[in-house]
Write a protein that binds this ligand. Sequence first.
Ligand code: ATP
Ligand code: MG
Length: 447
Amino acid sequence: MSLRQMARLLHYSPGWISRVENGRAIPTDELARACDELLALDGELIALARADRSGPVGLLRPAQLPPGASAFVGRRALLKELDVLLADANRRESVLTVALDGPAGVGKSTVALRWAYEIADRFPGGVLFTDLQGNSPEARPLAAADVLEQFLTAFGLPAAAVPADEAERAAVFRSIAVRRPILVILDNAAGSRHVEPLLVGARGCVALVTSRRRLTGLAVKAGAHRLSVRPMDQSESADLLSAVAGPERVAAEPTATADLARRCAHLPLALRIAAERLATFPHRSIADAVAELADRQHRLNVLTDIDDPHLAVRAALSSSYRALDDEAARTFRFLGLFPGATIGAAAAAALVDRPLGHTRRLLEVLAAVHLLEETGPDRYLRHDLLRDYAAERAAEEESATACQEALRRLVGWYVGTARDWPPHAPGEAEVAEAAERVEQVEQVEQG
Ligand SMILES: Nc1ncnc2c1ncn2[C@@H]1O[C@H](COP(=O)(O)OP(=O)(O)OP(=O)(O)O)[C@@H](O)[C@H]1O
Ligand SMILES: [Mg+2]
């Protein structure tokens, strides 16, 4: 629409509209509202006009990053990948949205913060951070409208200038991001829809999201790049133990260090808790710590911080498990009865007593929230701590008969006969043998 047309429709002079447009005059509420309606901008202009009137000095530059992990180690490849994505977005002069996903406690938030610190200086508009509490066991996830209010006030907008509803707040937020590039960290998101209203589209801006869920919706709708954070490798795990418990101890017991990392499933949260225990008890050897984690039924108790029981592998896994629907939760529990690390869809179908197609869907649901990892067609892996937790849930929430029946179906499936074989409840050795053979058969089938 030309300026002249607009002036005619609004009953203002073209000269005045031009002054407002060029920032040489501040519009009244009445003019801002009229322009807003004419251009269908959902209240964006009225909010901006109020913000302009209330602050002659312009916007503040927020710097909201909380402190990062005290002893950060590893993750070079992932940080490099993020750098490449950013360089590419800069070259194309576009916005960059990245979603980091991965299992509970794998280090998503830690690596996101680390990268944010590395690049924070490049954003003249400032850096915003929010913990969306999408997987916090006690708190409800933060509502996007509340986060937007917090962001707008961080720019120095007085409370009176913050619009009442979510869409208007988002519109003002985006208008601010257009002025100068900003970095936004949206940590611990519950899902794609949770973060959509908080994304910015202006070039030069970066939004970094972390979630336990694969944010495929965000990739489809907002062109987000998805990267998965995986457990650490052996040398990163040793570096973490060394950074917290002391390099001399780790150097003195390399084999025990490798065993300890394995028993922690190379999961940073578990490694960190184990490392803190070593630091707390300097007279204990690393071999002692390995022995302490030998008993699978006791392992999750050991991997709980004494000072802060919320800082625990069990607590982290439990918040993922509690968010599942009934059938996915039942599947997760029954998979805990399977002694092996990897399981195929057919063996899983026998365990949960559902048709194969339906079981595949259930396994996909678990994989989408990283309670399983798909390693090939119809093949799934979970780390040891996840298996221990699932076994714990089965023992607590399923009857002994239901567990025995599930194992009977598994053994029956393995011998390829009627599913109600063997006629007796299978013993531990029988189940272990079945599981081992199931894994072997599946590996052969995989070629
Ligand atoms: N690269 C690292 N170096 C050192 N410590 C780390 C690293 N990554 C993670 N940690 C430790 O592991 C713990 C868990 O990490 P973090 O909170 O980042 O996991 P997360 O994947 O975000 O978990 P959640 O799914 O619960 O949000 C942190 O307390 C941190 O101390
Ligand atoms: Mg996190």
